[in-house]
Design a binder for this molecule. Structure first.
Ligand SMILES: [Zn+2]
Length: 446
């Protein structure tokens, strides 16, 4: 299976990522991997300082011993970590980049955030080995990092890791919260692929879901839960193929639709208010029950349609402003989001003349790509992942959960189903209540 992942990685990354080793003892091969990659001393080891147990001790100690045994000098680099934990804002990324600048090789040891930091803060051309300690997110095997810029969260192009070492023992022992996060991120394709195909169709871009076949197969294997045979390898496959698909397509769009925007909105609201938020994938899983319910209702009500003159209502930017002032009265987030939304409105208007209609064939294709909310919630519950906003840590109130969904089309420059619903005059409280009721019937929602 690892051979298969490595082949897929080579193709997806144009040779930048040439090794994915998922095995017991993968971390102990950090030293030989750096030698093969032509790294030189000192090797900077990026770590968040949280203990990661493996059968014979701690993962970080194992990595350091392996690198030193290959003759390299090592230096542990701990990024800036404040009360909110490790937050990849401008200051944190720059601080790490400065401290990694003299290294002849970088090894990140940890889960999604530390891996994203390694990719954002390590110069192109310097060997970068990601030692993956949890199957918590699909963002390892790609050349993107989730970063915070001016308070807004978005996925930015960074660089590929040169190699990924996935320590299977560390994965088996990783906390349930991280495993639940990985499953939540994986089930996102239950709605994200449909959003991608719809947006591509409407903006004249190519979208061929055939490139996602391995990914869809792996996510399907998650349905029987954590106790099933081959459960953890299926999760590693689902997340790794997810990352690689982003590389193949050159965009996060196939894996990031309404459900991801919902999770990003939760993060942005928490950051604006100075409160905590849950892990990316745990939020995405909850949001996927909701977004598949949204799709189901939109199709039932025949709202997935456009006419010649279909466009954003005049008051769209005002609605963006009203929405974001709820969590940030200073107007800073409103300004950022208005700029994003203005961008997609401009693109929509520029492409109006050549826009194809939505025909029955496209609707059939979309139906075929969507998961039912019940299917998503069953997978989540079989892995012990949260299903509802109140299951998240900290728990999200029903009022806040509904605000989050209402903010969906008013945040980024990416077109999703929600944009079409705004244009069709359907994006209102009645619809949002109906979506929550549908999600609740499947075990999810508020
Ligand atoms: Zn994600």
């Amino acid at each position: 299976m690892t051979t298969h992942l490595t082949e897929a990685a080579l193709a997806a990354s144009n040779g930048h990522l040439d090794q994915i080793d998922y095995s017991a003892g993968a971390a102990a091969r950090a030293g030989e991997t750096l030698t093969r990659l032509g790294a030189r001393s000192p090797i900077a080891i990026l770590s968040d300082g949280v203990a990661k147990p493996v059968d014979d001790g701690d993962l970080l100690a194992k990595v350091v011993a392996s690198i030193e045994a290959s003759g390299f000098a090592t230096e542990i680099v701990t990024p800036l970590i404040d009360d909110h934990g490790l937050v990849l804002d401008e200051r944190t990324v720059q601080d790490s980049a400065d401290r990694l600048a003299a290294a002849g090789g970088v090894v990140s040891v940890g889960s999604g955030t530390i891996t994203d930091l390694g990719k954002a803060a390590t110069a192109e051309g310097v060997p970068l080995v990601a030692v993956q300690s949890a199957a918590s997110v699909n963002g390892y095997a790609d050349a993107m990092s989730v970063l915070i810029n001016a308070g807004a969260k978005s996925t930015r192009p960074t660089r590929w890791p040169s190699a990924i070492l996935i320590e299977s023992d560390a994965l088996e022992r990783s906390p349930d919260t991280l495993v639940g996060s990985g499953v939540g991120d994986a089930v996102a394709i239950g709605s994200s692929i449909a959003d991608w195909v719809l947006a591509s169709h409407l903006t004249g871009a190519e979208a061929d879901p055939a490139v996602l076949t391995d990914l869809m197969d792996a996510v399907g294997r998650l349905h029987d839960g954590r106790e099933a045979d081959g459960a953890m390898p299926a999760l590693v496959d689902a997340l790794t193929y997810g990352g690689l698909s982003i590389g193949v397509v050159g965009s996060t769009a196939p894996l990031s639709g309404c459900e991801h925007l919902t999770s990003h909105i939760l993060d942005m609201a928490a950051i604006a208010e100075g409160t905590e938020h849950d892990l990316h994938g745990r939020q995405v899983g909850v949001a996927t029950v909701l977004s598949t319910a949204l799709w189901e209702i939109a199709l039932e009500r025949d709202l997935v349609r456009i006419d010649a003159g279909t466009t954003y209502p005049e008051d769209t930017l005002d609605r963006v402003d009203t929405t974001w002032r709820v969590v940030d009265p200073s107007g800073r987030l409103s300004e950022t989001c208005q700029a994003n939304v203005a961008q997609k409105i401009a693109v929509w208007q520029e492409t109006a003349a050549t826009r194809p209609t939505i025909d029955a064939e496209l609707i059939d294709r979309l139906r075929g790509l969507l998961a039912a909310p019940q299917y998503v919630s069953r997978t989540l519950s079989q892995w012990g992942a949260p299903l509802t906003f109140s299951d998240l840590t900290p728990a999200i109130s029903e009022e806040r959960a509904k605000w989050v969904l209402s903010a969906l089309p008013f945040m980024r420059n990416r077109v999703t189903l929600a944009d079409l619903l705004v244009m069709n005059g359907a994006w209102d409280d009645e619809l949002i209540d109906a979506v929550f009721a549908r999600a609740a019937a499947a075990g999810g929602g508020a």
